[in-house]
Write a protein that binds this ligand. Structure first.
Ligand code: ADP
Ligand code: MG
Length: 1078
C-alpha cells in the first residue's frame, strides 16, 4: 500500500525549537538551553535555517535505520524533524534534479562527530542513489576508502578515540541519473608530528597498532617487527590499548578494505613495509661522539635496527648512516658538508619518519583516488564532503592550530558569503526588497593571515627564507611590526602597546581575534614547522632505496633533478590548497553540518554547557542565526503555510479554493498580523519575527484543540450513531433471521404435515392406480400371453412343416400318401368288371388298408350296382321289381325259386291278341291282361290235370279252356285270399278263395305251372295294387285246401323219378291229396 502522504512540518511536536532561527529571544543562553533541551530529548540535530547543528550523542541512536532513510527520502527539508538525512536528501536531490554541484561542509572540533557525520551522509546517499552491480561496486569502493584512510590518518586522542588527524575533502561524482561514478579525495595537513611524538593519553596512528596486533607471525617476521608495542619508541605506551577497539580485527578490516578499493597484494605489502620502516626508524638512537675540532658528532648507538631498516627498504646502510651523521648544504655551486650533533640527528631521524609517513599517506590517498576515480569522461555532478577540523582553541596553540583556524576562518568566510548570497538570491527570487544585513565579515581576519604582502603566513615564509639567524622570536617581532595596527591582532610586543599591560598575553605569543573568538598562539616552532625541513641527504638516501614505493615518495632525492630552490613551506602549501578548496567550494551549493561535542568525557547524556558555549562561539553559530534572521526570520512556501494555518480563518477552512498566496493573504489579514511583520514573496511568505510564527503556532494549537474537540464530537456522534445503526441493523438482522427461522420452522411443520397427508393420499391414489394398472397389466399380459401362444401356435403351425420334428410325420404322411396313391393306382388297373355279380376283388396289399379295402369294395360294388341299375328302362325296372318281389317272397322258401330267377317274367305267354282262337276270349276281356299262360289245373277229385288258360287281369283271375278259349272260371281278385305251395321244386300251387264267394263254390283251385314263381308274384302284386291287401302266400309241404265242402290236405311227398320231372298228383282220400314231387 502506498504510504499515506502526511503533510508534516518541522514545527510539529517540536522540542524547544527545531530551527534556531525561531529562537526568541536570541542569545547565547537561549541558544544553549535550546540545544540542551533537545539533546536531553535525544534530538541531536537542530537547524539554523538550512544548516544542521549536530550534537555528538556518544551513543548509538536508533535514528539511522533503513526505515529512517525511507522516511527522509524525497521529503522536503522542513517537513520532518531536523536530521542529517534531511540535509543529505536535500543536497542529493538538488544535485540530481537541479544539476547543482553540492558540497557538504562538516566542521566541529575533534570528537564532535564530523567523521561520523560525513559517513552518515555518504551512507545515506549510497542508500538512496541508484542500484546495480556496477553502481554497487563504486559505492563499496567509496565507502571502503574510509577504513583505509582512517587506519593511516586517525588516532586516539584525548578528545576522540578515532580522531581524524587530517583534513579530508571527498568529491563524490555522479552521472546525470544520480548514480555514483567515482570520487576524488583530497587530504589536508596530516598531523605528522604524531608519528614521532604523541601527547599524554594519546596514541600514534592506528595503523601501527593494527599492524603489530593483527599481522600474522609470518608477516611480522618478514617485516622484522615484534608484536610488543613497548619495543618501539614511537608508540606511546600509556594508551596502547583503546577500550572497545580491536586493533587486530581492524587490521583485517583494513586489509580487506584495501583489497576492495583495489590495492594489489604487493602494493599493500609495500605500504606495510614503509609503516614498519617508520616504526623502526624510531628505534634508531644516537650517542654523542666528540670530535677533534670540538664539535659534537652523533653516532648510531645500535646499528642492528638500521641494518634491518636498510634490508627492509633496500637502502645502502652506509648511505643512510651517513645521512644521519652529515648534512650537506649546497649553496652557489658549493657543497658544504657539516656533521650533525645528536639533537640534529634525532631531528633528522624524526623528520625522515614524519616525511616518510606523511608522504606514504599522500601516496595512499592518490592510490585510492586512482581506484575510485570515475571511469568515464562524461560530465559529472559532484557532491563534495568536507570533513575538516573546526576551530581549535587549546591552551597551547601552535602552528597547526593557526593553520587550522585559518582554514576555518576561510570556511566561515565562504559560509558567510554563500549564505548571504543565497539569502540575497532568495530575496531577489521572491521579489522581496533586500535590506542590508549587518553582520560580521571575517574577510579582514583572512586578510590578516593570508595577505600576500603583509599577511602572517607571508611573513612567516619571509622569515623562513631570510638569510641570517631566523628564530620564532624574530618572526614574532616582524609580526609585531607589520600587524601591530591590525584590529584583530594582539601582541604584547606590538608597537601600539595596546596590550602592554595584558597579562593574559605572554610575551612569546600573539593573539588573533578570530570570528569565533580570540586565540592565543605560541610562536615557538612556527618557523621550523613552516620550513618542514628534511635534509637533502636523507631524501637522497631514500631515493636510492631499491624499494620502489619509498623511492617514489622522495622524487626530490633524485640528484639529476636537483633543485636548489627551497621546497614550498608548509604554510604556503596549505594556503594554496585552502585556496583551491575554497575555489572548489565556491562553485558548489554549500550545505553545512556543524558538529558540537557535548562533553570532554566522550560520554553520553552529559551536556557541558561551558564546553558547548565555547564551541558555539568559535563556530559562530549565533552569528549564523543572526545572518539568517537578518531580514526575515522565517519563510515558508505558500502551500504548506496555508495548509498549516488554514484552520485559523473561516474563509480558508476547511478548503481554500483560490491560489495559496491569496489564501495566506486572507488568513494573515483575518488574523490581523501587523503588515510589517511579513512580506509576500513570489512563492513564499516571509515572516520577520519568530514571535509572529509562534503566535500563529499558538493559535493553531488552540484551534487544533477546538478542532480536535469538534472532530471528537463529530466522531463520537458518528460512532454512537454508527454503533446505534449497527445495533439496529443487527437487531433487524437478528429479528429477520429469527422470524425467518420461526417461519421456516412453522413452514417445515406445515410442510411435513402436508407431506404426510399428501403422502397418504398419494399413497392411496397410487395404490389405486397401481391396482388398476396391475390389473390392466395382467390383462395385457394375459392377452399378450394368449396372443403370444396363439401366434406361437399359428406360427408353429405355419412353420411346423419347416421343422425337423415334423419331418418324420411328413415323411410318414408322404410315404403313406405314396402308398395310398400307389394303392389307388394299382386298384385302378386291377379293377374287376362292372358286373354286379362279379365277386372278384383284388387282394389287399397292406394290412392297414384292410378296412379301406373292404369299404372300397363295398362302395365300388354299390357304385357298379347303381351303374347297372341306371341302364334299366322302366319296363325292365318293372320286371326287376317283380323279380325282386319274387325274390322276397320266395327266396329260400321255395326250392323252385332259383330256377325261376333266370326266366324272364313274360306274363303273356299266350298271345291272345294274335291267336284268333282266343279272339273271343280276348274280346271277353276288356282289361289289361297281366298273365296269359297255360297252366295245369288239378282236378280236385282225382288229381288229374287239365290244361287251362290262366289269365290275370287287374281285377280278375280267369281260367279259360285252352282249346276253345272259353272262360271257365272267373274269380275277382278280391276273392282270392291265399296262395299256397310247397317248398319243393314243384310247380304246384293252390289258390284259396274267399269262403262264401261265388267262385268258391267249387272250391279252391289247384294248379301246376312252370311259371309258378312268376304267376304267384304277379298275383301278389296285382292283388296288392288292386285291393291294397297283401296276398297271403303259404309255403308249406302240407296245407289245406277247400274243395267244395271238404277240406283236403295237400301233401307233398318225395316221388320217384319214373315219370320224369313232372310231379304226379293223386287223390288218396277225401282228405288227402298227395303230390309226389320228383
Ligand atoms: N551521530 C552519532 N551517533 C553516535 N555516536 C556518534 C555520532 N557522532 C559521533 N559519535 C561518536 O563520537 C565519536 C567521535 O566522532 P568522530 O566523527 O570521529 O569525531 P570527529 O571526526 O569530529 O573528530 C565517534 O567515534 C562516535 O563514537
Ligand atoms: Mg574525524
Amino acid at each position: 500500500m502506498a504510504k499515506m502522504e502526511v503533510k508534516t512540518s518541522l514545527l510539529d511536536n517540536m522540542i524547544g525549537v527545531g530551527d534556531m532561527v525561531l529562537l526568541e529571544p536570541l542569545n547565547e543562553d537561549t541558544f544553549i538551553n535550546n540545544l540542551k533541551k533537545r539533546f536531553d530529548h535525544n534530538e541531536i540535530y537542530t537547524y539554523i535555517g538550512s544548516v544542521v547543528i549536530s550534537v555528538n550523542p556518544y551513543r548509538s541512536l536508533p535514528i539511522y535505520s533503513p526505515e529512517k532513510v525511507e522516511d527522509y527520502r524525497n521529503r522536503n527539508f522542513y517537513e520532518l524533524s531536523p536530521h542529517i538525512f534531511a540535509l543529505s536528501d536535500e543536497a542529493y536531490r538538488s544535485l540530481r534534479d537541479q544539476d547543482k554541484d553540492q558540497c557538504i561542509l562538516i566542521t566541529g572540533e575533534s570528537g564532535a562527530g564530523k567523521t561520523e557525520a560525513s559517513k552518515l551522509v555518504m551512507s545515506y546517499v549510497a542508500a538512496v542513489c541508484g542500484k546495480g552491480a556496477e553502481v554497487n561496486q563504486v559505492k563499496e569502493q567509496l565507502l571502503q576508502s574510509n577504513p583505509v584512510l582512517e587506519a593511516f590518518g586517525n588516532a586516539k586522542t584525548v578528545r576522540n578515540d578515532n580522531s581524524s588527524r587530517f583534513g579530508k575533502y571527498m568529491d563524490i561524482e555522479f552521472d546525470f541519473k544520480g548514480d555514483p561514478l567515482g570520487g576524488v579525495i583530497s587530504n589536508y595537513l596530516l598531523e605528522k608530528s604524531r608519528v614521532v611524538k604523541q601527547p599524554r593519553g594519546e596514541r600514534n596512528f592506528h595503523v601501527f597498532y593494527q599492524l603489530l596486533s593483527g599481522a600474522s607471525e609470518e608477516l611480522l617476521n618478514k617485516l622484522t617487527l615484534e608484536r610488543d608495542f613497548s619495543r618501539y619508541n614511537y608508540l606511546s605506551l600509556d594508551s596502547a590499548k583503546v577500550n572497545g577497539v580491536d586493533d587486530a580485527a581492524n587490521f583485517r578490516t583494513v586489509r580487506n578494505a584495501m583489497q576492495i578499493v583495489g590495492f594489489m597484494d604487493d602494493e599493500a605489502e609495500s605500504v606495510l613495509e614503509v609503516v614498519a620502516a617508520v616504526l623502526k626508524l624510531g628505534n634508531i638512537e644516537f650517542k654523542p661522539e666528540s670530535r677533534v675540532n670540538g664539535l659534537d658528532e652523533s653516532k648510531i648507538k645500535d646499528k642492528n635496527e638500521l641494518k634491518e631498516i636498510c634490508e627492509l627498504t633496500g637502502i645502502d646502510q652506509s648511505v643512510l648512516e651517513r645521512a644521519f651523521s652529515f648534512r650537506t648544504v649546497e649553496a652557489k655551486q658549493e657543497k658544504v658538508s657539516t656533521t650533525l650533533n645528536v639533537a640534529q640527528a634525532y631531528y633528522a631521524r624524526d623528520a625522515l619518519a614524519k616525511n616518510l609517513y606523511s608522504r606514504l599517506f599522500s601516496w595512499l590517498v592518490n592510490r585510492i583516488n586512482e581506484s575510485i576515480k570515475a571511469q568515464t569522461k562524461v560530465r559529472k555532478k559532484v557532491m563534495g564532503v568536507l570533513d575538516i577540523y573546526g576551530f581549535e582553541i587549546f591552551e597551547d596553540n601552535s602552528f597547526e592550530q593557526f593553520i587550522i583556524n585559518y582554514c576555518n576562518e576561510k570556511l566561515q568566510q565562504i559560509f558567510i558569503e554563500l549564505t548571504l548570497k543565497e539569502e540575497q538570491e532568495e530575496y531577489i527570487r521572491e521579489g522581496i526588497e533586500w535590506t542590508h544585513i549587518d553582520y560580521f565579515n571575517n574577510a579582514i581576519i583572512c586578510d590578516l593571515i593570508e595577505n600576500n604582502t603583509n599577511g602572517i603566513l607571508a611573513m612567516l615564509d619571509e622569515e623562513c627564507l631570510r638569510p641570517g639567524t631566523v628564530t620564532d622570536e624574530t618572526f614574532l617581532e616582524k609580526l609585531n611590526q607589520v600587524c601591530a595596527t591590525h584590529q584583530h591582532f594582539e601582541s604584547r610586543m606590538s608597537k601600539s602597546s595596546r596590550f602592554l599591560n595584558d597579562t593574559s598575553l605572554p610575551h612569546s605569543c600573539f593573539r588573533i581575534q578570530h570570528y569565533a573568538g580570540k586565540v592565543l598562539y605560541q610562536v615557538e616552532g612556527f618557523v621550523d614547522k613552516n620550513n618542514d625541513l628534511l635534509y637533502r641527504d636523507l631524501s637522497q638516501a631514500m631515493w636510492k632505496a631499491s624499494h620502489t614505493l619509498i623511492k617514489s615518495l622522495f622524487p626530490e632525492g633524485n640528484p639529476a633533478k636537483i633543485n636548489l630552490k627551497r621546497p614550498p613551506t608548509a604554510g604556503s602549501q596549505f594556503k594554496a590548497s585552502v585556496a583551491t578548496l575554497m575555489k572548489n567550494l565556491q562553485t558548489k551549493n554549500p550545505n553545512y553540518i556543524r558538529c558540537i561535542k557535548p562533553n570532554d568525557k566522550k560520554a553520553a547524556h552529559i551536556f557541558s554547557e561551558a564546553l558547548v558555549c565555547h564551541q558555539i562561539r568559535y563556530l559562530g553559530l549565533l552569528e549564523n542565526v543572526r545572518v539568517r534572521r537578518a531580514g526575515y526570520a522565517f519563510r515558508q512556501a505558500y502551500e504548506p503555510c496555508l495548509e498549516r494555518y488554514k484552520m485559523l480563518c473561516k474563509q480558508t477552512w476547511p478548503h481554500w479554493k483560490g491560489p495559496a498566496r491569496a489564501g495566506v493573504e486572507v488568513l494573515f489579514n483575518e488574523l490581523e498580523i501587523p503588515v510589517e511583520e511579513y512580506s509576500f514573496g513570489r512563492s513564499k511568505i516571509f515572516i520577520r519575527n519568530p514571535r509572529t510564527l509562534f503566535k500563529l503556532e499558538d493559535l493553531r494549537k488552540q484551534r487544533l484543540e477546538d478542532l480536535a474537540t469538534l472532530i471528537q464530537k463529530i466522531y463520537r456522534g458518528w460512532k454512537c450513531r454508527t454503533h446505534f445503526l449497527l445495533m439496529r441493523k443487527s437487531q433487524i438482522v437478528i429479528a429477520a433471521w429469527y422470524r425467518r427461522y420461526a417461519q421456516q420452522k412453522r413452514y417445515q411443520q406445515i410442510k411435513s404435515s402436508a407431506l404426510v397427508i399428501q403422502s397418504y393420499i398419494r399413497g392411496w391414489k397410487a395404490r389405486k392406480i397401481l391396482r388398476e394398472l396391475k390389473h390392466q397389466k395382467r390383462c395385457e399380459e394375459a392377452a399378450t400371453t394368449i396372443a403370444a401362444y396363439w401366434h406361437g401356435t399359428q406360427v408353429r403351425r405355419e412353420y411346423r412343416k419347416f421343422f425337423r420334428a415334423n419331418a418324420g410325420k411328413k415323411i410318414y404322411e408322404f410315404t403313406l400318401q405314396r402308398i395310398v396313391q400307389k394303392y389307388f393306382l394299382d386298384m385302378k388297373n386291377k379293377m374287376p368288371s362292372l358286373s354286379p355279380i362279379d365277386m372278384n376283388w383284388p387282394s389287399r396289399p397292406y394290412l392297414f388298408l384292410d378296412s379301406t379295402h373292404k369299404e372300397l369294395k363295398r362302395i365300388f360294388h354299390l357304385w357298379r350296382c347303381k351303374k347297372y341299375r341306371d341302364q334299366f328302362t322302366d319296363q325292365q325296372k318293372l320286371i326287376y321289381e317283380e323279380k325282386l318281389e319274387a325274390s322276397e317272397l320266395f327266396k329260400d322258401k321255395k326250392a323252385l325259386y332259383p330256377s325261376s330267377v333266370g326266366q324272364p317274367f313274360q306274363g303273356a305267354y299266350l298271345e291272345i291278341n294274335k291267336n284268333p282262337k282266343y279272339k273271343k276270349l280276348k274280346d271277353a276281356i276288356e282289361e289289361k291282361i297281366i298273365i296269359a299262360e297255360v297252366v295245369n289245373k288239378i282236378n280236385r277229385a282225382n288229381g288229374k290235370s287239365t290244361s287251362r288258360i290262366f289269365l290275370l287281369t287287374n281285377n280278375n283271375l280267369l281260367l279259360a279252356d285252352q282249346k276253345s278259349g272259353q272262360i271257365k272260371s272267373e274269380v275277382p281278385l278280391v276273392d282270392v285270399t291265399k296262395v299256397s305251395m310247397s317248398s319243393q321244386n314243384d310247380g304246384f300251387f293252390a289258390v284259396h278263395l274267399k269262403e262264401g264267394s261265388e267262385a268258391a263254390s267249387k272250391g279252391d283251385f289247384l294248379f301246376s305251372s312252370d311259371h309258378l314263381i312268376e304267376m304267384a308274384t304277379k298275383l301278389y302284386r296285382t292283388t296288392l295294387s288292386q285291393t291294397k291287401q297283401k296276398l297271403n302266400i303259404e309255403i308249406s309241404d302240407e296245407f289245406l285246401v277247400q274243395f267244395r265242402q271238404d277240406k283236403v290236405c295237400v301233401k307233398f311227398i318225395q316221388g320217384n323219378q319214373k315219370n320224369g320231372s313232372v310231379p304226379t298228383c293223386k287223390r288218396k282220400n277225401n282228405r288227402l291229396l298227395e303230390v309226389a314231387v320228383p
